[in-house]
Design a protein around this ligand. Sequence first.
Ligand code: ATP
Ligand code: MG
Length: 402
Amino acid sequence: MEPCVVLKFGEMALKGRNRWRFTQQLRGNIRELMADLGPLDVRQRAGVLTIGTPKDPHLLLERSRDIVGISVVCPAFRLEKSEQAAVDAGVELLRNRSGKTFAIRARRRDKRFPLRSNELAARVGAAVCQQLGLTVDLTSPDLEVYLEVDQDEILAYTEKQAGQGGLPIGISGRAVALLSGGIDSPVACYRMLRRGLGCDFVHFSGRPFTGPESIYKAYAHVRTLSRYQPASRLFIVPFGHAQRQLASAGAGRLQVIAQRRLMVRVASELARRQKAQALVTGDSLGQVSSQTLENLAAVESADTLPVLRPLIDRDKSEIVAEAKTLGTLEVSNLPDEDCCTLFSSQQAVTKARPAALERLERRLDEDLIEGLVDAAQMVIPAKNALGAESEASSPVHEPAAS
Ligand code: ATP
Ligand code: MG
């Protein structure tokens, strides 16, 4: 019995004639995500992928649970395609397990196999009854063995674990995601990755007027998200001088919204350079004064790219629960000097008027956006926590180092 994992497609199983595109993307993503697991044996059947590797099967299983686009992950074995091999595997997989009743669930994907599904299940079941003394219960058994008869082999497993679900990352295009050190934005990014959107990340730091803490937090978030999207790129924009320029131009109570508009413009220019088609933010309607409908509209109108806001209808408590599951909450809760509160001592307006914002923006340097994009530093945080070093660091206008 050779260990492997069986992966079942999620929503992409429904994609009809486009399915080959989805599976091609998925297979590419798997190779990237598991590049360090040695030579992979990836095989595809209708609606199912199997992966085997001579290296660590536990690591293979762990990584399989991180593949976006897979709904079910089964730790499995490949068997020789024979009745005897199925009988032996059925007995072995149930030996010494706690439970008194069992069911064999057989499926014949290759109709040339001489036994029909129910015949195969009956023969394996009879051997289990005889050799292990267990009782058949097809309705609510304590234990189950799944046998799938394929072209070249039989796949056998006892357990179905939940995968990430969603669509393969990259299939829905690319976006630039605005990632702060806060709780919401990493959750928003994960949700969009799960919809198949490849993401580059941009963080605006108040440097040189704030410390580097928020950068470390954004870096840590990208590292967490790299479990799902390896080699994720983080662009760090030193934003402090631009914020001061806004304050000197008399932004007053418009400071926060004007900053958000600048962020959208810089992120959009970055997106164009990276051939991305949308922006992602962690906005939630009404959460803070910058997120009233009027202010969201004022921020969005700063550029033409669509702004995706997957958390728009979420309560804070729901987002916190998701951040906990994702594993970003602890880092988000660390103290930092948020750039948004720099130069904005007064309470923000709840209904920013576009004309007032435009008047303010006419007082800014003409090449402000270009300058900020050029000043961005790119890093690719390493995936693993131990010995994590960034892989590359270069200005955005130069080709990425890796
Ligand atoms: P939290 O609400 O948990 O403090 P947040 O990241 O949602 O964190 P908000 O002030 O609500 O912060 O900002 C709304 C959205 O604007 C963020 O989700 C993020 O997408 C974007 N944003 C805010 N500040 C920054 C920043 N410094 N760098 C990049 N994006 C930012
Ligand atoms: Mg928020």
